[in-house]
Design a protein around this ligand. Structure first.
Ligand SMILES: [Zn+2]
Length: 531
């Protein structure tokens, strides 16, 4: 038998959580052809994996790379962590469907994730075709965003859909599932998804239940309303009979940190009564989102242009500050109470301000922090990304250790271009998976290698009901990550985020070696996966 690739003497961690064992792994074309000790036969290429762990390629169950593939299909920051499949279309955002009369509106809305791409499609299928043409180096499992469904069916308004509009959303959802979506996602703090009442979501979920569509949710609040928001997500799964994923589970804001135990218990309790619910987590105490999300929900109502008008208007601005200011010390937001030192500018229109905390920005601009923040939003036309330090380390640890929580980076796959990377994005873009392996598994011993890898491979693959990915088994797709358990480590920091990890040696996507001895080969090895 002639293999295309023979990986010799590695320690196989197969993704199921079962104990590691020493074996060879043979690849023929795009599939794993054999796994076992002392495999013979000729191979076009052999890799000596002595001292390395050989795992299935990691599945990032919660990612936001969507529109960035069109500009940087290599998704290098993601791939070099060992990620071979990304789940996108998260938190209500997806680039399709698009109502032909609302193209500009949709372009502006998806532009809020930081991407600038000409919207050349209308249906979800047309968009997926465009994505295939971009030839990404990574496999993609796509969800359709509830925000996109809503924008296409009824625009950006803060109201419930009419019966007709609800039917339009259900039809667009069905079309997306036909085209290859795995389900739909909500972002119930992000307009227009946030404007939905629960019955709208139950009806949408019910409409896809017979087809096995999945419901992934950025829930309706991760601070004050954390417990009710988890109840809502689980309730939607229970009422509609669909599988639920709670995205980036967290208790945000110091005064809410004690709610984490109850939040995780709700997941366990729901599972005990038969609801198929899981959650995901990223291994950091900071989150990252648009700075405009710190404003009360009435401010962005109607879109970015309205938001800018409101924060430029003196009376409205005073009202915003009165609602949110915590005596000059900080800000009350959907993320809970934040000190000005807890909020860092990640990207904005003025690169010299990136990396500053709002407390520092306030000093630099010689004005109160709230005014500095609102002025920065106006100057950057609302497009400011932030890193926000709102979580407790002990809660991150609890989530990572929970048996039904998997790893999701909540980030974008960035690629090095001719120009330096812009901004100071959250280090999770480069470090999520190696941080779980290096810091939490090798150093903290929070997880065994087998459990950590299961949370990155077999568990998310089962959630997505992928038939032939996520495990290292004969007949499965040859998506593999080979790393050194003694050295694997995230290198990206908040101050210096654009750094690839160490210790990730070989990454194989559909049988092609895309990271080879630590070096990236930009091959179009990825596929758009179908459910
Ligand atoms: Zn989210």
């Amino acid at each position: 038998m002639a293999w295309t690739l023979l990986i010799r003497n590695g320690t196989v961690v197969d993704g199921t959580g079962a104990p590691a064992y020493t074996a060879d792994v043979a690849v023929a074309g795009d599939a794993i052809a054999a796994v076992g000790p002392g495999l013979g036969g000729e191979a076009a290429r052999a890799i000596d994996a002595r001292g390395l762990l050989v795992a299935p390629g990691f599945i990032d169950i919660h990612s936001h790379s969507d529109l960035f593939y069109l500009g940087c299909p290599a998704a290098e920051s993601k791939l070099r962590q060992g990620v071979t499949t990304e789940v996108v279309g998260m938190c209500s955002f997806s680039p399709a469907p698009v109502h032909p009369a609302r193209k500009a509106l949709t372009a502006a809305w998806i532009g809020e994730i930081g991407s600038r791409v000409a919207v050349e499609w209308r249906t979800f299928g047309q968009y997926l075709e465009r994505l295939r043409q971009a030839k990404p180096s990574i496999n993609i499992a796509h969800f359709v965003g509830h925000g996109a469904l809503r924008l296409a069916a009824l625009g950006p308004e803060d109201r419930s859909p009419s019966a007709d509009e609800q039917r339009v959303m259900e039809r667009l959802l069905a079309e997306a599932l036909d085209a290859g979506a795995f389900g739909f996602s909500t972002g119930l703090v992000y307009p227009p998804s946030a404007y939905a009442q629960t019955p709208e979501l139950i009806a949408l979920a019910k409409s896809m239940a017979p087809r096995g569509g999945l419901y992934f949710s950025h829930i309706r609040g991760e601070a004050e309303t954390l417990e009710a928001a988890i109840d809502e997500a689980i309730g939607i799964g229970e009422d509609a009979g669909v599988s639920v994923q709670i995205a980036h589970i967290k208790a945000s804001g110091r005064e809410h940190w004690s709610k984490m135990d109850a939040a995780l218990r709700k997941v366990s309790d729901a599972r005990a009564r038969g609801v198929d619910v899981h959650a995901d987590v990223y291994p950091y105490t900071a989150g990252s989102t648009k700075m405009a999300n710190l404003l009360p929900p009435w401010v962005p109502d109607g879109g970015n242009a309205r938001l800018l008008e409101r924060i430029a208007d003196g009376t409205m601005r005073r009202r915003i500050i009165e609602e949110c200011a915590l005596g000059g010390e900080g800000w009350r937001s959907v993320n809970g109470s934040l000190g000005w030192g807890d909020i860092m500018v990640a990207t904005c229109s003025k690169p010299e301000l990136e990396g500053l905390r709002l407390s520092e920005l306030s000093e630099r601009m010689r004005k109160p922090a709230a005014e500095a923040m609102l002025d920065l939003l106006v100057e950057s036309e609302g497009q400011v990304a932030m890193v926000v330090f709102s979580q407790a380390e002990e809660n991150v640890v609890k989530a990572l250790a929970h048996p039904h929580v998997m790893i999701g980076s909540d980030s974008i796959g960035l690629s090095a271009g001719p120009a330096p990377h812009p901004g100071k994005p959250h280090p999770r873009m480069y470090g999520t998976f190696p941080r779980v392996l290096g810091h939490y598994t090798r150093e903290q011993r929070l997880l065994s290698w087998e459990t950590a890898i299961n949370k990155m491979t077999g568990m998310p693959a089962a959630k997505l009901r992928l038939k032939n990915r996520g495990l290292l088994r004969t007949g499965y797709a040859a998506d593999l990550a080979l790393f050194d358990p003694k050295t694997v480590k995230d290198e990206a920091t908040y101050a210096d985020p654009h750094r690839h990890p160490t210790g990730i040696v070989y990454i194989i996507v559909n049988g092609q070696v895309v990271v080879d001895g630590g070096a990236m080969k930009p091959l179009a090895a990825g596929r758009v996966l179908a459910p």
